[in-house]
Design a protein around this ligand. Structure first.
Ligand code: ATP
Ligand code: MG
Length: 449
């Protein structure tokens, strides 16, 4: 096979055998978001470049090094979204969502694009589940957003993630902190990487986030932001911690967390795993009280998080977290001859409308080949229709697990199938367990059909 081309470096295909997993994660995320009152927002995959240079910040790695930026045919500078917050906030401002009851609680599932060196947990196209709570400065909102992320991990059965929180203060308290950082780092000018040298003047806090081992080592001895917080920011941070304590969420304060993005203020947090290598941050978030104003709107405090779906799945793979089984083919109707094929189509159409997964032969194969295919699909029941069955109006329904065959009447089959399937599953269950007769197993089995 000589393929014309392969998938672009740093991108991934999600094949049918895996897609049910991501569907499950996404559906669970949306369910939990809903329970918290967050509603989905969908924004375009590309935006005007200035949205990100302003909204993410032009001293960040994302803007300086990682964006997919190009001129479109009309000469506009366009960028594929590297993250979800800037687009969500642009839409919030553009459509006047600030006139709706506040806070507006938004969530999204999006693809993101960053030109980074591909490695485990680092892709050029990846996916995020994110939430944004816009229009509240209360520390209770910080605790709520953190709790949402935690609930999702707990519900999925992911464990061992460490929640680390910090406060990076407001522009006021950061002024003093920046001075202290500049004084500290200027002693190491000859050792800092090129990028960090540039950051020293404009945004020295970003140096703490540098991935270079040398800069990391130097950063370890740097002054801590928590020693420079103003009274209001300190009070906010203490309340966030008190609220997390109140709902039994464990955390550690890590003064090194600054997050990569410029618009963060006050609370920042990460859920970190030690099980998936260097790219251990599965979820990162925080408050960005300055972003709406930065994008031309009124000052509107807000916060949110973004969770990397691929990193989450890596961790789930590592921990062998169980996913609910994919819905199997409930029934395969094999057929021979055109009359039988039509009957198979009719029955299938009806049962599918009842929510059943049913298949018939769309490949014109022999009955033997059809049965082989049904087996590979893992069909729970099969039925063969030919001239005899059509003329007699009866057929044999076979339970593929027990081998048991049941005579069925085609005219009433659509109505009967569900009952027969439930009956046989009940019998199989009763055989494999000693079940107390008083337990209503039909309610257990009912979920399956
Ligand atoms: P990192 O320090 O790993 O580069 P970041 O600070 O750039 O992360 P954010 O911008 O906060 O990450 O994005 C939120 C989440 O999105 C991350 O915690 C991670 O789970 C995921 N993520 C970020 N970049 C990538 C990537 N290139 N590939 C896969 N997932 C990513
Ligand atoms: Mg990054």
């Amino acid at each position: 096979m000589a393929l014309v081309t392969k998938a672009v470096k740093g991108t991934q295909d999600i094949l049918p055998g895996e897609s049910f997993k991501i569907q499950y994660i996404e559906a669970t995320a949306l369910d939990i978001a809903k329970a918290y009152g967050f509603r989905e927002i969908r924004t375009p995959v590309f935006e005007h470049t200035e949205l990100f240079s302003r909204g993410v910040g032009d001293t960040t790695d994302v803007v300086q090094k990682e964006m997919y930026t190009f001129d479109d045919k009309g000469g506009r500078s366009i960028t594929l979204r590297p993250e979800g917050t800037a687009g969500a906030i642009r839409a919030f401002l553009e459509h006047g969502l600030f006139n709706e009851p506040l806070p507006q609680k938004l969530c999204y599932l999006t693809s993101c694009y960053r030109y980074e060196k591909p490695q485990a947990g680092r892709l050029r196209e990846f996916h995020q589940f994110g939430v944004e709570c816009v229009g509240t400065a209360s520390p209770a909102a910080d605790a709520e957003v953190i709790s949402l992320a935690k609930d999702l991990f707990d519900f999925l059965g992911v464990n061992g993630l460490k929640l680390e929180i910090n406060s990076i203060g407001c522009p006021e308290c950061r002024k003093k902190y920046y001075e202290a950082l500049r004084a500290y780092f200027s002693d190491y000018k000859s050792e800092l990487c090129e990028t960090c040298l540039g950051r020293l003047e404009r945004n020295p806090m970003r140096i703490l986030d540098c991935k270079s081992p040398v800069c990391g080592k130097i950063s370890a001895g740097a002054p801590k932001i928590t020693d420079y917080l103003c009274d209001d920011c300190r009070d906010h941070f203490e309340k966030v911690q008190a609220y997390l304590d109140a709902i039994d969420i464990e955390y550690t304060v890590n003064p090194r967390i600054v997050r990569g993005l410029d618009y963060y203020t006050r609370t920042v947090f990460e859920f970190v795993s030690t099980e998936i290598g260097a790219q251990g941050t599965v979820c990162g978030g925080g408050r960005y009280d300055g972003l709406c104003e930065e994008l031309g709107g009124a000052k509107t405090p807000a916060l949110g998080f973004a969770m990397g779906i691929e990193r989450l799945m890596l961790l789930m793979e590592k921990q062998k977290t169980e996913y609910p089984a994919e819905q199997k083919c409930n029934l395969y109707i094999a057929s021979t001859g055109d009359g039988a094929l039509k009957k198979a189509m009719q029955i299938t159409t009806q049962l599918r409308r009842d929510g059943m997964s049913v298949q018939f032969d769309v490949a014109g194969r022999s009955v033997k080949a059809q049965m082989k295919y049904a087996n590979k699909l893992g069909a729970e029941f099969t039925m063969v229709l030919g001239d005899d069955e059509i003329s007699s109006g009866t057929a044999k329904l076979k339970n593929m697990q027990t081998g048991k065959e049941t005579q069925v009447t085609l005219d009433t089959f659509v109505d009967d199938f569900m009952n027969i399937a439930i009956e046989q599953s009940m019998a199989a269950l009763q055989e494999s367990f000693e079940i107390d007769e008083s337990i209503d197993i039909s309610s257990i089995i009912g979920n399956k059909f």
